[in-house]
Ligand binder design. Structure first.
Ligand code: ADP
Ligand code: MG
Length: 286
């Protein structure tokens, strides 16, 4: 994490002297941001997190959209009693707000109530991040849309911010604002993910988007009805429809983040009941 990095790392190292250095330095935190709502931040977070877990990487995803949380909803974790709201309110520890997703993915959902939102202090997120560093190799933060305080903090605490953009001008303009804001507050843009591409002539081209943002596109995720069906079935598309084009794209991006050769298939992880059940809900995989 880059925010107040040195002080926090030293504190962390003294308190966790039994951890190996390799494991410590492997920790990488990404914030998935966009500016505009509905571009696919939550979808990208859930699927990249699951794909990283499938690759055997200890991964934790956190819903930092404290006002309009929905990461828990798309993963079937809507009824969790303790969430990031309570952690940010100072009444619970991150350990209590961590739930298990597919392939051992750790998920920290956020609550849905307005009261919970009012009690949450987004500035506590930095401490939460420190508490998470000894529990995983990859941290993915699902950022809120917009540029309020709760939106800015996730941009500062990650190693890299990944912009999720759609191939349309409004999305690119909003992403540009997030890029400028990230750089203003000392964060780093790691690249963009072009989501919901339908490869129509009316769409902005990948080259034009890269030029406008001055950010390189890591990969393109196509518009895919399996994504919506997966959300309805409360499972990531990489679990529900692993052969779909969107799943292949999410696995490619996860492999790039983890430094794994793109062709490599994820470890053969034993499928649990949840994964088998989720897959059974899908009948029309292309
Ligand atoms: P955000 O978190 O940025 O607001 P979501 O991840 O909630 O966006 O996505 C908004 C909607 O778009 C959801 O209904 C989701 O299922 C759908 N969606 C996201 N990515 C895709 C895709 N590649 N293909 C089809 N639908 C998608
Ligand atoms: Mg969202």
């Amino acid at each position: 994490m880059s925010f107040k990095r040195e002080g926090q790392i030293n504190k962390f190292m003294f308190e966790n002297y039994d951890l190996s250095l390799r494991r410590f330095w492997m920790i990488k935190a990404y914030t998935i941001a966009s500016g505009k709502g509905g571009t696919g931040k939550t979808t990208v977070t859930a699927n990249l997190g699951t794909a990283l877990a499938q690759h055997g990487r200890e991964t934790c995803i956190v819903d930092t959209d404290v006002g309009m949380a929905n990461l828990g909803l798309v993963l079937g974790l809507a009824e969790t009693p303790i969430t990031l709201h309570e952690v940010l309110a100072g009444t619970a520890s991150i350990r209590d707000a961590m739930y298990e997703g597919p392939y051992g993915l750790k998920v920290v959902p956020c609550g849905l109530s307005l009261q919970g939102f009012q009690n949450a202090n987004p500035e506590r997120l930095t401490d939460v991040m420190c508490d998470l560093t000894d529990r995983c190799e990859f941290l993915l933060l699902d950022a809120p849309a917009g540029i309020g305080t709760d939106g800015v903090i996730p941009l500062t605490v990650a190693d890299e911010v990944l912009l999720v953009v759609n191939p349309e001008i409004s999305s690119i303009v909003d992403a540009l604002k997030i890029k400028i804001l990230t750089e203003t507050v000392g964060g780093t843009i790691g690249g963009a993910i072009l989501n919901r591409a339908i490869l129509e002539e009316t769409e902005m081209s990948r080259r034009k988007i890269e030029k406008t943002l001055d950010v390189s596109i890591i990969d393109t995720v196509p518009e895919d009805a399996n994504v919506r069906r997966a959300a309805a079935a409360k499972t990531p598309v990489v679990v529900g429809a692993p052969g779909s084009e969107s799943s292949k794209a999410f696995r490619r991006i996860a492999a790039k983040l983890a430094g794994i050769p793109v062709e490599a298939e994820p470890h053969k992880v034993q499928e649990g009941f949840v994964e088998r059940f989720a897959r059974a809900l899908f009948r029309r995989e292309p």
